[in-house]
Design a protein around this ligand. Structure first.
Ligand code: SF4
Length: 334
């Protein structure tokens, strides 16, 4: 198994972003009220070093906002604050997240000079109608061009997509996943739409021009999207917004917010895999499913829901789950 990479997150909320996506309230998502500065970078690295006596180098990640849409002065301040730590080996690399229309060759040359190795691109949807209705300010062709340029210049590319945006449908989201997979990113993050207070989407929802993307619908859809990426050997590195006190405390007013959203999706993916396997068997009344140790609770489901559902679906008298020697995420019949 690849050792987990340590990440030092620094949030750059909304600073300088020229857009107003209907779903966005970066301050509430990131939990930060003010934009980051050089001192924040130094403080974040110092905090990480203090709790990491072994001295393992970590990746510094500028999350939130649109890094390359920020003024060049602000980008320099943040990257120059990181430079001594990169040279000294305290951080191993830098990643930034940004939007497709804020990527061009000169921007990438600049990031490369400062040691940025990974770029996270907010595609959100590959459907132009959805992008327009969500006021993203770019189209799917911008995303394709940016992704290709990033890859051609040897950066690692992580792409972010959303489900349940205005004008979105299940088929459009599945198609977005397929089109993103064709761009061969090194990883993806999937965020179902959450209705956050003080956003345009919140107002649209209140006046009935937007219907919420429920947790239930999002889990089922994201399980199918996960399978598209799994089949394309593209790691899904995040499912759902990171829970924060503000979001859990009421700022997530509706939509697909669940503190354990990823677990729900993985559980659904395993349910689908088990269901597929059982449907190919001849009739029997007792089945033992084998999974890796880390997948037992996901296969079981919350409150044993997967076991109950499979028993009912296939008229089983007994269904057991046992640990067996299979790769993580695989289900087998014992
Ligand atoms: S581009 Fe990103 S930071 Fe800017 S408004 Fe949209 S989601 Fe928010």
């Amino acid at each position: 198994m690849t050792p987990k990479k340590h990440i030092i997150p620094v949030f750059v909320p909304h600073l300088g972003c020229p857009n107003s996506c209907v779903f966005c309230n970066q301050r509430k998502i990131s939990g930060r009220l003010s934009p980051a500065c050089g001192d924040d970078v130094r403080r974040a690295i110092a905090n990480y070093t203090a709790v990491n006596p072994k001295g393992e180098a970590a990746e510094l990640a500028f999350y939130g906002g649109s890094f390359t849409a920020v003024s060049i002065h602000a980008q320099k301040e943040l990257l120059e604050a990181a430079a001594p730590y990169l040279e000294g080996g305290c951080i191993s690399s830098i990643r930034v997240s940004t939007r497709p229309d804020a990527i061009e060759r000169t921007v990438l040359d600049f990031l490369s000079e400062y040691g940025v190795k990974t770029i996270e691109l907010g595609a959100q949807s590959m459907d132009d109608e959805v992008l327009v209705l969500s006021k993203r300010g770019h189209l799917s062709d911008d995303t394709k061009a940016a992704a290709r340029l990033i890859k051609s210049m040897d950066f690692s590319l992580i792409m972010q997509m959303m489900t349940g945006l205005p004008g979105d449908t299940r088929d459009k989201s599945l198609n977005t996943a397929r089109l993103i997979a064709e761009l061969k990113p090194d990883g993806v993050r999937i965020y179902p739409t959450v209705i956050i207070k003080e956003t345009e989407l919140f107002e649209m929802w209140k006046c009935g021009t937007y219907s919420e993307h429920t947790v239930e619908a999002a889990v089922s859809l994201c399980a199918d999207i996960y399978t598209i990426f799994e089949d394309a050997h593209i790691p899904v590195i995040r499912l759902g917004l990171n829970p924060t006190d503000d979001l859990s405390g009421g700022d997530a007013a509706g939509g697909a917010y669940h503190p354990a959203f990823g677990e729900l999706v993985y559980s659904h993916v395993l349910l689908d895999k088990a269901s597929n396997l059982i449907s190919q068997l001849s009739l029997r009344d007792s089945i033992i499913l084998g999974v890796s140790p880390s997948c037992v609770s996901k296969m079981t489901g919350q409150k044993r829901c997967n076991i109950d559902l499979l028993k009912e679906r296939f008229s089983l008298r007994e269904l057991k789950i046992k640990i067996t020697d299979v790769p993580e995420g695989t289900v087998t019949i014992l």
